[in-house]
Structure formats: C-alpha cells, structure tokens
Design a protein around this ligand. Structure first.
Ligand SMILES: C[S@@+](CC[C@H](N)C(=O)[O-])C[C@H]1O[C@@H](n2cnc3c(N)ncnc32)[C@H](O)[C@@H]1O
Length: 500
C-alpha cells in the first residue's frame, strides 16, 4: 500500500496567527536580513510567506498539498519548517531535506517537533513515529538525533538555533560570523558627550555610530566594517582614530577611557568564549576567520595563536567540576544555593568567561531557549537548565512553567513541563537573579525587605512551592498586592513562629 495516498499530510498544516518559531528566530538572529530572499519549502497554508511579504521581505513558498503549482526556487534562506516530521517514509524524508538544501544559497533552516511534545499527542505506532487520531503521521525528534540526521544527510555540521530548530550554513565563514555574534555582549551605554562641539553636532549620527562600534567591539572599525559611516567621517577627519579622539575630548577623557577599557575587556571575553566554543565544530584556521573576527583577534590579542591558547585554557576548565563550582561560588552575579547558581538571562553575558563557556556548551546542544528567564548552573553535575518564569516581571513570586535541562556529559536535553502543576516551584528574592541595572529591581528589593521584616522568608524549604508560600502568608496574616506586602487579619500560626 502506498501510505502517502492514505496519510493526509497536508492536514498537518495549521493556520498561523503569527510567524512560526523557526522564521521568527531567523529574523531575530539576523539570518534573514532586509535584503535576503526566503523560500519556504513545504509552506503549508503560507502564513509565514504572507506575513514576511507584508514585512517587506522577498518571500515565496511551495507546498505539495496546498500550493503544488508554485515554482520551487532558490533563495538565500530556505525554510523547511515542521515538514520532515510529517513524512512517514524515511527515504522520502531524506530526499526532501536534500531538495530543500539544494535551493539554499546561504542557509537552510530545519525545524521538527521535539520529543517532549510526543507526550501531548496520542496515536498508534507507525514506522519510527505515530499515526495520530486525525490519521496524520508525526515523528518526534530528540535534539541530538535531529542534529546527527541533518549532519549525516547533508555532510555538514549544523548549528542548534533553538530546541527543534537547526541552521545549516553553506559557507563556514557565515557559520562562524553567526556563532561569534551569539557570544557577543549587548551594547553597553557609552558615556554621553558632555561638551557641545560644533564638529560633533555636525556629524553626530556618524560619531555616535562610531562610538557604538567601539563599545561593542572594544576597537576601532576597519573602514569596510562601517562603510557609510567611515566614508563620511573620513571626509572630515584624517583617520577614524582622529574621529575617536574627538569623541574622547568631548566625552571627557576619564569617562571615555573607562568605557573603552570595559568594552575591551568585554570584547576579549566575548572572543575567548567564541573561540573556546568553536573548537567543538573544529576551530577555523586563521586564514578562514571572517574578516571582522580576524581584526578582533589581531587588535585584542596580537595573534591567533595567543587567543587560541587562552581559549583552550578556558575550555579545559569545563572538564573539571571543581573549577565550575569555584566559578559559581565566586560569581558576583546571580543567586547561589548549595547545588547551583541561578542567573537571570539578561546577566549571563556579564558572567565570568568560564561560566559563559559552560552555558555556551549547553546552548550548543539546545540552541537559544526563547522562553528562558533564569539559567541554572549546576555546581555538582555538568548540567545547565533553562528555566521559564513567564510572569517574572509582573508577579512577586513567579511560578516555574518549564525547565529545559542540558546534560553535558550524557549529551541529552530534557524538558519538564510544570504548566499543569497545582503546586509549582516559585521564586523569592527576585533581585538576587538580575543585574543591578535591571528595570524594576528596586521594587524587588523593597518587597524582599518587607518580607524579611515580617519573618516570611525564614525556613525557606517550605516556601519554595506555591502552596507552601500561600500557607506561610496566611499563617502569618499577610497578603500581597502586586509587589507590596499587606497585613490582613490576625495570624493563624503559633506566636513563636510570628515575626516580632
Ligand atoms: C506541519 S505542516 C508545516 C507547514 C509550514 N511549514 C508551517 O510551519 O506552518 C507540514 C507541511 O509539509 C508538507 N509536506 C508534506 N510532504 C512534503 C514534501 N515531501 N515536501 C515538502 N512539503 C511536504 C505538507 O503538505 C504540510 O503542509
């Protein structure tokens, strides 16, 4: 029997109300830039294509079930989104992957449903997947299984973009540029120029762009790295160094030098973390480095050899749990408990480089976890968990909804879903997880002080879950109104437990 005739694959296509996960990721990661073309291979009802076109992208798609007559065309970026998991025949699955890859000039995005979603779908076994109640086929992939399958089929080394989503780059230099950008810190605000100066006022936009580059990379750009800006500035200043000197003059030497040193340190760390992690794919030779990274290396470390030996030392640290434990204990950022360090996702790039490499190894397995709020670094076992607290900012004691754990020894990824839990773990002392400049941190600090004064945070084992915490509030005669603690009726707990 030809199962393709029986299994209504086209019925797996849903009407999308927003961009699919792989496409949204590609936009956020800069994979899909304003000038790139996209082809959606197996586009289903075409929701992604329509939305991308409305956003101004040159996007097209084809689907054997929904738009069989559309042209299958080559594009810079090709998306194969949730297609392979609906194909029951492994040979056809591989052929489909190869056909999509053949059309990709720069990047192929492959997305498939992850294994933990299998729990939510009922059906009967068929081949290496299941036939669902609707009669469609679904194969659920373990993260490493999907990575290995793509690598074997395409003789390549794909990159995890997110759980269930991988990027396959045509050119290794593009893969390296992407990986380096992923380890690069977000821009720190530079000190604003303090003095007015006609020269600055006349070229404000370009000088600000120059300052932003220096802050991000800890060095001056080569003219070709900031084409428009550099061209315009070089018509006015003899060199970009002179333009930067003008910025230093009007910003104030002390502020500028402090910013620059911080930017250099951060850029050095970014580069070391990138080089340490790049050894998993086979570190590129000096001659294979993308131009921008080669310049970073030369300006920040003097030579590639020096940079690589520092990166290797960092990588060796990961193999030793004691080093990891020490780095966790010494961290000035995050909340340290007996078995782990917990850090808000916005502070991860400010951590010690060893911890960043630790997290980077986990991310090489999982890809970016968009829903992550807190990263948990185990001090005992080489495991990193990405914890989701969707109400972190708005709820005083947010509940855990999911934990995605990457085990670096076993090389596996496991999701634990708490959404249906009636008594999920919750957070206290939220200010301890976030960076000092985190919006709303003051509010978190005030609440913790109130709760401490009321004796609510003592014996914390019992208040780690929602039920225990609610009971504690009730026993002591309190309730919460947003991030404010309010006294209610008289406490029901024994007087000895009450705060004095
Ligand atoms: C789950 S849908 C995904 C659609 C779309 N990519 C999205 O994310 O919304 C799977 C689609 O794969 C299509 N499909 C099935 N076999 C295919 C094949 N051999 N080549 C390309 N697409 C195929 C089906 O028609 C269906 O529309």
């Amino acid at each position: 029997m030809d199962s393709a005739q029986v299994i209504p694959r086209h019925q797996t296509a849903i009407s999308r109300q927003q961009l699919s996960k792989p496409i949204a990721l590609a936009v956020a990661d800069g994979i899909l830039s304003a000038n790139s073309t996209l082809f959606d291979y197996g586009c289903g009802r075409g929701g992604d294509v329509t939305r991308l076109q409305a956003m101004g992208y040159a996007a097209h798609g084809w689907d054997p079930g929904h738009s069989p007559n559309a042209e299958r065309r080559a594009a810079d970026v090709v998306n194969l989104g949730y297609v392979i998991n609906v194909i029951e025949d492994p040979t056809e699955r591989a052929r489909t992957l190869a056909s999509a890859w053949a059309l990709a000039r720069q990047v192929l995005i492959v997305a498939a449903r992850p294994d933990w979603e299998a729990r939510t779908v009922t059906g009967h076994h068929h081949g290496d997947g299941i036939i669902t109640k609707r009669g469609t086929f679904q194969k659920f992939y373990n993260q490493e299984e999907l990575r290995n399958w793509i690598n074997v089929q395409l003789h390549t080394d794909c990159i995890a973009a997110a759980p269930g989503v991988f990027y396959v780059f045509r050119q290794d230099a593009d893969a390296q540029t992407f990986l380096a950008s992923r380890t690069r810190h977000r821009l720190l605000p530079t000190s604003r120029p303090r003095r007015r100066q006609a020269l600055y006022d006349a070229h404000r936009e370009d000088l600000d762009a120059l300052a932003a580059f220096i802050t991000a990379r800890g060095r001056l750009p080569a003219p070709e790295e900031a084409p428009g800006t550099a061209d315009r500035l070089l018509r006015v200043f003899p060199s970009l160094r002179q333009a930067a000197a003008t910025l230093r003059n009007i910003t104030g030497h002390q502020d500028w030098d402090k910013d620059l040193e911080q930017a250099r340190n951060q850029a050095e760390h970014d580069l070391l973390v990138y080089l340490a992690l790049s050894s998993f794919r086979g570190r590129p030779k000096a001659s294979e480095l993308p131009k921008g990274i080669a310049l970073d290396v030369r300006m920040l470390f003097g030579s590639y050899r020096k940079a690589c030996s520092k990166a290797d030392a960092l990588l060796h640290g990961i193999a030793d749990q004691r080093h990891l434990n020490n780095a966790c204990s010494a961290s000035k950022i995050g909340k340290l408990t007996a078995d782990a360090l917990y850090v808000h996702v916005t502070a991860v790039q400010a951590l010690d480089p060893l911890l960043r490499v630790y997290e980077g190894c986990a991310r090489a397995l999982t890809g970016s976890v968009a829903e992550c709020t807190i990263v948990k670094f185990s001090r005992m076992m080489t495991k990193v968990s990405y914890l989701s607290y969707p109400d972190f900012d708005t709820t005083p004691h947010p509940a855990l909804t999911a934990s995605l754990r990457a085990d670096l020894r076993m090389l596996n990824v496991k999701l634990t879903d708490f959404r249906r839990s009636t008594n999920p773990p919750i957070l206290h002392r939220k200010e301890t997880f976030v960076p000092l400049d985190y919006l709303g941190r003051d509010k978190f600090v005030r609440l913790t002080k109130q709760e401490e004064r009321a004796g609510l945070l003592l014996e914390s084992a019992t208040i780690g879950t929602r039920a225990g915490w609610e009971q504690r509030l009730q026993d002591r005669g309190y309730r919460l109104d947003g991030h404010r603690l309010i006294r209610t009726a008289t406490a029901t707990a024994p007087a000895s437990l009450r705060s004095k």
